[in-house]
Design a protein around this ligand. Sequence first.
Ligand code: KG4
Ligand code: ZN
Length: 337
Amino acid sequence: MLVLGIETSCDETSCALLQGDGRILSNVVSSQVEVHRPFGGVVPEIASRKHMEWIIPVLKEALQRAGCTLEDVEGVAVTQGPGLVGSLLIGIGVARAIAYAKGLPIVGVNHLAGHIASVYLDDPSFKPPFVALVASGGHTALYHVVEEDRISLLGQTRDDAAGEAFDKVAKLLGLDYPGGPAIERASRGGDPSAVRFPRGLGRKEGLEFSFSGLKTAVVTYLKKGALLPLEPQRLSNVAASFQEAVVDVLVEKSLKAARKCKVKKIAVTGGVACNGRLRQKLGLRAEEEGFEVRFPTPILCTDNAAMIARAGLKALEKGEGKSPGPMEARSRWQLGT
Ligand code: KG4
Ligand code: ZN
């Protein structure tokens, strides 16, 4: 089955064509990072306007790169939520128009299920059961993936997402947007033990996360007489120490979840999964404890439509979405029970 995937939940406009065997024929992602950079974060009204401008050119490019036309498409999978309603509506509108015009089945996909499905795209032989950590700008959560379509939520953040913490702290330090890559760059040559920032809801608590206290700790540290802009070595030390605090929490909670669920495998995805220190430290700690860890290739970790197509594939193959009713955009939509 040839599936068209469409993703517009936040600030990436993306269309992809995916074959039933999991082969990606095209995965076009148009990022709005440059548009939102001057604001230091995503501006919802601008995001939806940009999706409107870009969705058709991105769709055409995806079809062209895959060497096919809409006539070849056999099913449509679109992100239905969670995300920015104005942005989601653009993708949903286009997906429904195509499905209606071509008489195709259409399924609404949970964006977080999409992030988890990126692991199967990266390695089709990777199969449940496993623990999945999704860490992005909007979400930070741990899931027990029992089967592809049997997912339970183990714990999520009580406040900020991990990527959001990177973005906010980068702003405090006068670094670029998005903050994750900027902090990772600034950390190079820094001492991760220079400042002992708190590990929110540390080892003792369950599988929930909290990153707002860490952000406050950076504010407090900067208020205690650190002159801005920080001199370069001190900036590197603060960035590395902050990054280490986030990474430590993500690593320890992922291991704890894997122990609790008695699984052997951990998959990490979402934008924060691009972080080199997280990859390195979780890799080492997991090896010590006998777990296998997977990080999809970076383009599949950040928002993209191939992961949405992959997450919708099974439902389409089962024959779902043949007579779709209305599809509302869901700003909040918890994945798993
Ligand atoms: O998955 P994603 O593209 O979009 C959302 O669904 O949110 O994730 C974007 C987030 C941003 O907060 C960004 O700062 C973070 O992922 N990020 C990183 C890195 N690259 C992107 N965080 C830490 N280290 C990185 N290298
Ligand atoms: Zn995402």
